[in-house]
Design a protein around this ligand. Sequence first.
Ligand code: GAP
Length: 444
Amino acid sequence: MDELVALCKRRGFIFQSNEIYGGLQGLYDYGPLGVELKNNLKSSWWTSMVYDRDDVEGLDASILTHPDVLKFSGHEDTFTDPLVDCKSCGLRFREDQVPEHCKAEDLTEPREFNLMFKTNVGPVDDGSSYAYLRPETAQQIFTNFKNVVDSTSRTLPFGIAQIGKAFRNEITPRNFIFRVREFEQMELEFFVQPGTDDKWHKEWVKSRQEWWIAQGIHPSKITVLNITGDDLAHYSKSTVDLMYEFPHGLEELEGIANRTDFDLGSHSKNQKDLNIKSKTIENTSSNTKLAIQDLENKKFIVPYVIEPSAGVDRGILAILNEAFKIEKLDDGKERLVLSFKPHLAPIKAAIIPLKKNNNDLVSTAIQLKNNLQKLRLGRVVVENTGNIGKNYRKHDEIGTPICITIDFDTLEKNIVTIRNRDTMAQEKLDISKVPDYFKNLLLS
Ligand code: GAP
C-alpha cells in the first residue's frame, strides 16, 4: 500500500485533500492522471450499464437531500456505527476498529453515531431548514421513479443508473481511498416483478463479477460473500458482496442487494392500497404513488429492486493494486509498471520525437497526436523532452499502453516505432497505419 500511495502522489494520481493546510482526514483529490483513470472507469461502467443494454436509463440527481427522504429510507434511525471513546488517549473509534494500544478497560460503552452530514439550506441558520448530503446515490433514484417511468414509458424489468458523490462521516476513515468521507458510487436500481427477484439477483451477481474481471481484476482476487443474519441491511432480503483482496486485506468492493419493495414502498403515498410486502413506516408526507401498472390486469404493483452498488474509489484502488508491478529486467535493474487495461489507461499513447529541437520531428509528432486525438478514444500526449529512455520509464509507471517514436525514418520513409508497455517489444509501422493500430488497441 505504501508504495502505491507514494506512486499515486509522485505521478499525479491521488493527493491528500487540503494538504497545504495540514489536510482533512478521509478526503482525497484526484490529480491529472487520477481524474482520467476515474473518468475511464466510470465511463466503462456507464457504457456497460446504459448503452450496452436496452433496459436501463440514466439519472443525475441532486446531492442535497430532503430530510424526509432519509427519514422514510430508514437512514435517520439506522445509518449509524457504534462509537467508543478511549479514556486513556482521548480519541474516538468505531467499536470494531479500536487500535491495539487502547486497553478494553479504558473504553466507554458503545453508542450509536449517525454517519450522515447535515447542512443548513437557505439564509437562515436556526436549524429549521436543513438537508443531508446524500449517504448513497440510491435514494434519489427511488424518489425519481415515477418521473422516469412517465417520461420513458418503461415497463418491468428496467433499471435506473446513477454515478455520483456520496458522503459519510466515517468515524475512522482508513486505508487510503478505501474508506473515506466523500466518495463516488456507481449504482443501479433494477426494478423487477416480485417473484422474479431471486433470478435477477443471481444474474446481476454474475454479470458484476464479469465486469470487474473485464476491468483487469484477476478472478482469483474476488471472493463472493453471502451476507447473512445481523449483517444484512434492514432493507435487504439477500445481499452478496464482491470482496477483493485489497493491499490491507479482503474487503467489500461492491454489494449486490435484493432490496425488495422496501424503498419504493417506503417513499410512496397510499401505501395501504399497494400490498407492500416489506415492513415500512407509515408515510403521510409523500405526494406520489411509486408503483407501476400491470399492463394485463391494470393493477398497481410495487416492483422489487435489485441493486448492484459499487464504489468508484474502491474500484480505483483495486485497479491500481492489480496493475502495479515491479519487474526485474535482464540487466539486473527494476522497472515499475502499471499494466492497466488500455480502455482504463489515463493516457492512451505518448508520441515521442527523437530530438526535441528538430522542428520536422516535433511537428510530425504533433500532427500524429492530433490525428489520434480526433478518434475520441482518450488522451494522447506529445512528450517533447528528447529523452526516449526516461519517457519509456515514465509511461510504464503511469500505465500508457504504447509509446510511438518519431525519428528520421519517419521523415524519410514514413516509418514510426511503436513500443509496447507490457512486453517492451518494439515494432516498425507505416505512419498511415497508426490510427487503425490505435483503434484496434482500444476497441478490441
Ligand atoms: N446503496 C447501497 C449502499 O450504499 P454500501 O455497501 O453502504 O451500500 C456501496 O455502499 C459501495 O460504496 C461499497 O461497496 C463501497 O464500494 C462504497 N463505499 C461505501 N462506503 C464507502 C466509504 N466510506 N469510502 C469509500 N467507498 C465506500
